[in-house]
Design a protein around this ligand. Structure first.
Ligand code: DX5
Ligand code: ZN
Length: 241
């Protein structure tokens, strides 16, 4: 639970060479593969569905972390699980019966997670937190790769970590959006453990090397904080996650 996991997002990969791209990051030590599902309705972009997850399942042993950015995820949970999803996260903003949805994901044999957009309050987690294995904090507005990291996410991650610690829960904090060599250390210091990176991996000349560099930066090697990003002493060091 405690370790940092690097989860490249295939959204920024070359879809014509997807298997090859995935095998490159797997060989370089990526820990999970993040799969962004967008329905053109909940978010203004359209991506992939269960057949692509099934195709990925055949070419990698990495856990598939499926992030559902869709208005009606309940209708597709089984299809994604059958296709090979290991972790499935849904947005708290769109799911009417969140408890039932997370129960269903777990009953299907996958690990359930909830996602919060940058404009969504942590207060929405109050009842549901014990039911989720992980909380995905968006640090961009969902829909596109390559957007700029929203620094307000740092305090949100730190506050979420305190909520989790205060309730002695094993919940893991995942972060998604604008993570690169400049921002990764700060999100880890504030409490994130599973780190999604799309353009910083597949937009790099050598995606495998990018995974290694991101891990090194996450663990504190060669970190330089960008202006305005606080990294440090006011926040308790990660303990339980
Ligand atoms: C955005 C997606 C992200 C995206 C991240 O809606 O949820 O997973 O791939 O891309 P980067 O890392 O480029 O911000
Ligand atoms: Zn995502």
């Amino acid at each position: 639970m405690n370790e940092v996991r690097i989860a490249p997002s295939i959204l920024s990969a070359d879809f014509a060479r997807l298997g090859e791209e995935v095998q490159r990051v797997e060989a370089a030590g990526a820990d999970m593969l993040h799969v962004d599902v967008m329905d053109g309705h909940y978010v203004p972009n359209l991506t992939i569905g269960p057949p692509v997850v099934a195709a990925l399942r055949k070419v990698t042993r990495l856990p598939l972390d499926v992030h559902l950015m869709m208005t009606n995820p309940d209708a597709f949970l089984k299809a994604f699980r059958d296709a090979g999803a290991d972790l499935i996260s849904v947005h708290v903003e769109v799911v009417p019966h969140l408890h039932r949805t997370l129960d269903t994901i777990r009953a299907l044999g996958a690990r359930p997670g909830v996602v919060l957009n940058p404009g969504t309050s942590l207060a929405l987690l109050d009842e549901i937190l014990p039911c989720a294995d992980f909380v995905l904090v968006m640090t961009v507005n969902p829909g596109f790769g390559g957007q700029r990291f929203l620094e307000t996410g740092l305090s949100k991650i730190a506050r979420l970590r305190r909520l989790i610690e205060d309730r002695a829960l094993p919940t893991v904090i995942e972060v998604d959006g604008g993570i690169d060599l400049q921002t990764i250390r700060a999100v880890v210091e504030h409490g994130a453990r599973w780190i999604v990176a799309g353009s910083a991996v597949f937009g790099a000349p050598d995606p495998g090397l990018a995974v290694k560099q991101l891990r090194a930066a996450a663990l504190g090697a060669g970190h330089t904080a960008p202006a305005g990003v606080t990294t440090g002493s006011t926040v308790r060091p990660p303990t339980r996650l």
